[in-house]
Design a binder for this molecule. Structure first.
Ligand code: PNS
Length: 166
């Protein structure tokens, strides 16, 4: 049976959203009728952007995709997927280094919620080196990030680091 009536969930911290994330979400939006982007609130990492800021940036960056909704969640991902009546989790895989942790998460999620599938999409070659933390570090020290993140995110990052210098 194909997922022709399914809601796919793209979860993450999105601190902040990068072009790599946008690529995966755009591709998921072409494959599934509805995509819910789930922004994790209770991250162990201390985020640079508040959850409201991360959600607003995602909404702005994804506004050209009518079948994509952006929501925040806390607690377990599988509970969030069930709450929004989702059927599967879609994630991007960059390099082999992603594989181990993603494999672990997928198996643990499968154990807790056998009906929810996790699917992976290979990231585009040009984004395989890209991560939110790298982008933050480059932006913090004044490096060029214009081809790594959407323009709104670039402006938001510059705003954050300028404020921190004051
Ligand atoms: O962008 P990230 O930080 O790689 O996203 C990780 C995320 C949000 C997908 C993951 O941390 C997650 O699912 N957190 C929710 C808590 C949870 O369900 N933990 C058990 C997973 S086995």
């Amino acid at each position: 049976m194909l997922y022709d009536n399914a809601k796919a969930i793209c979860p993450g911290s999105f601190d902040p959203v990068t072009n790599g994330h946008v690529d995966i979400i755009e591709r998921a939006a072409q494959l599934f009728p509805t995509v819910v982007v789930g922004v994790l609130k209770n991250s162990n990492k201390k985020p640079l952007f508040s959850v409201e800021e991360r959600v607003d940036l995602l909404k702005s960056v994804l506004s050209h995709l009518p079948n994509v909704e952006v929501l925040s969640f806390s607690g377990l991902l599988v509970d969030f997927v069930s709450q929004v009546k989702g059927k599967l989790i879609v994630k991007g895989l960059r390099a082999i280094s992603d594989f181990e942790i993603e494999f672990q998460m997928a198996l643990n999620n499968k154990r807790m919620a056998p009906n929810i599938e996790t699917m992976f999409m290979m990231t585009k070659n040009e984004y395989s080196f890209l991560s939110s933390s790298m982008v933050k570090e480059i932006a913090q020290y004044g490096g060029d990030i214009h081809d790594l993140v959407p323009a709104q995110v670039e402006a938001a990052l510059h705003g954050k680091y300028k404020l921190m210098q004051v």
